[in-house]
Design a protein around this ligand. Sequence first.
Ligand SMILES: [Zn+2]
Length: 343
Amino acid sequence: MWKQWQSRVSNLWRVETYTMGSANGLTVTHRKQPLFSFGLISDVQYADIPDGRSFLGVPRYYRHSILVLQRAVKQWNTNQRHKFVINFGDIVDGYCPKDQSLNTVKKVVDEFEMFKGPVYHLVGNHCLYNLPRNKLLPLLKIQSLEDQAYYDFSPVPEYRFVFLDGYDISAIGWSQDHPKTLEALKFLREKNPNDDKNNPTSLVGLDRRFLMFNGAVGKKQMEWLNGVLQESTKLKQKVVVCCHLPLDPGASSKEALLWNYDEVMNLIHRYICVKLCISGHDHKGGYSIDSHGVHHRVLEAALECPSGTNAFGYADVYDDRISLYGTDRMQSTDMYFHPKADL
Ligand SMILES: [Zn+2]
């Protein structure tokens, strides 16, 4: 049954059409209308510095990436039908000179604000290398208590979007003596024997995620997530979970995963309302369907687009699926919900 469903999904044509009869004998074919759509982009990582390479040697185009964002906003505005846009984090690169951090973050946020509608931001590690939470979150218009960056909203009665804070327990972003910094450093000392805690050498398999540039969802946020999923279940809402850090090893490099992705997914799997998890951080992108039929899509980075190319997209949201339409380097993905996991 499971295999059959997977092959049915891969064989389905992206745009579903249906036929309407008409009085004069003509047959008119209409595309099924989505409930709504939204724009998406990840890892702009802009900085006014020369092009460079990642640790693994992948080219990074720091000045070009803001042009990708500008083209994305222009396209979303031209389409005129996206209810909102989601930024999946890392808007400014860690190499941005620190005396320029504030202005550079503002410059990228201003580009997002050219979109004629709401923009929802996720916090990434590179954002936190540049600014502490108390400076960053107001710029991103994330309002929450105690500088936390998790929140949710419901764009239509049938759906809810949940934004997780993957750097809740983290060695970056909080002050050096903050209990969360201390907890993260203790965790890294236990899990990663290397002097440089961003070095995965000697870490085996999934343990390679225990790096300083990742983080975890803390206990209080887990309780909050549980409450949101309970409420969504009661309201018969389908849920899309967004997190800068990926939540499934099938869709991501092991080195990019949330430290406690397994705990978060165990909680999510207790419910059937979560249909899709979307992330950034792992620049090459990825896609998987996990053992419970939840889709995981990691978005290709805007930073890695050579001159003139793009990586952004939009998603059409239906009752039974979400279809992502990517531009250039962002892959398009049709994500049909598992029939057993229907509400
Ligand atoms: Zn990142």
